[in-house]
Write a protein that binds this ligand. Structure first.
Ligand SMILES: Cc1ncc(COP(=O)(O)O)c(C=O)c1O
Length: 347
């Protein structure tokens, strides 16, 4: 085990011993291999540099209560990466190759898997880049697939706490039917102006749909979840509806998909539809969700142009807290994995 203070790790890069690489030339992927070299020898005119032909993913391995290491839903990340690749006219990384590369990255960096009980995990960043030199605008036909592991700290060191969001109608993240449903670097670069402006004011950025600026799209780099009371008082989740946006510009979150399944199992109504910003007033709880944080409860959303604040209380609400623990328990092996979401890593 590495000498790392797991409790102070944030969502920051910690240099692993090895990364894993595989190149694609003439229609063939090479066998993935581990290397200590973290630098690429890349042509200055590579399509990833010139035209942003790149896609990435994010997933985690968890050391469980039983000491076993579980990789969470990596096949879903592989499918999403294949969609992103097609979206940017790149060769998709075959699912089995991605799985092999993740397992190799884990095997070669076992000392970086944080111990159970610290809340820290081993994060994997699969990355796909276009490497063909090109000056004329167009896609390349050579690619490099890389898996970069890094231990990351608990999103909430100490306790599960809330974040505040601010609405931005001046910078759009992605166009309807553009690249918003793909996990590609350009979406993030184009959102930096809005997210940095929000951070400067002490908020995260809530993106509205780019066409009407009326519906909720994404919470910075996470999906939105709203909880609304619908009927009865059945505890703890039964009388609530789980609402999440339908949009042609947001990333289909694997965490959101998992939480929707758990919410249905707890008797909640689950609805994916366009959600008007003003509907926040009818919600008892709201959150951002994604691999990094699982659920990040929202205490307030400020809409400065309409002079409006939507408040959800300064403590995480009961429904989201219940869903958060349900998913964490599966990831850390404390609850039965009835959906086959985790793959135990056999070394
Ligand atoms: C833009 C965006 N939306 C949503 C998510 C959440 O997706 P997931 O739950 O698969 O991590 C992410 C993180 O990957 C993201 O970058």
């Amino acid at each position: 085990m590495k000498e790392i203070d797991w409790s102070t790790l944030g969502f920051h890069y910690t240099e692993p011993d090895y990364i894993v690489r595989s190149a694609y030339h003439n229609g063939v992927w090479e066998e993935p291999y581990a290397t200590k070299d973290k630098y690429l020898h890349l042509h200055v005119s590579a399509t990833c540099l010139q035209y942003g032909q790149e896609a990435f993913e994010g997933l985690k391995a968890f050391r469980g209560v039983d000491g076993k290491i579980r990789i969470f839903r990596w096949r879903e990340n592989a499918k999403r990466m294949a969609r992103s690749a097609e979206g940017l006219y790149m060769a998709p990384v075959p699912e089995e190759l991605l799985g092999k590369a993740i397992r190799l990255a884990l095997e070669k960096n076992m000392d970086f898997v944080p111990p159970y009980g610290t809340g820290a995990t081993l994060y994997f960043r699969p990355l796909l880049i276009g490497t063909t030199p090109r000056l004329g605008v167009g896609p390349g036909r050579d690619f490099e697939f890389i898996v970069i592991p890094s231990p990351i700290g608990p999103y909430y060191p100490g306790k599960f706490h809330c974040t505040s969001f601010i609405v931005n109608r001046h910078v759009d993240r992605a166009a309807p039917y553009g690249t918003g449903t793909f996990k590609v670097g350009g979406n993030y670069a184009s959102s930096f102006r809005a997210t940095e402006a929000a951070h400067a004011q002490g908020y995260d950025c809530l993106f509205l749909d780019s066409k009407y600026h009326r519906y909720i799209d994404e919470c910075s780099a996470a999906n939105f979840i709203g909880i609304r009371r619908v009927a009865g008082d059945s505890q703890p989740c039964g009388g609530y509806e789980y609402l999440t946006p339908r949009s042609s510009a947001i990333l289909p979150s694997i965490t959101n998909d998992s939480l929707m399944t758990l919410a249905r199992e707890k008797g909640m109504k689950v609805t994916r539809r366009h959600i008007r910003l003003e509907e926040l007033a009818e919600m008892s709880e709201a959150a951002a969700c994604g691999t990094a944080c699982v659920i990040s409860p929202i205490d307030q959303v400020l809409d400065p142009e309409r002079n409006k604040v939507y408040r959800f209380g300064t403590e995480p609400g009961p429904v989201l807290t219940e869903l958060y623990h349900a998913l964490r328990d599966i990831q850390f092996g404390r609850a039965e994995d009835r959906h086959g979401w985790t793959e135990v890593f056999e070394n």
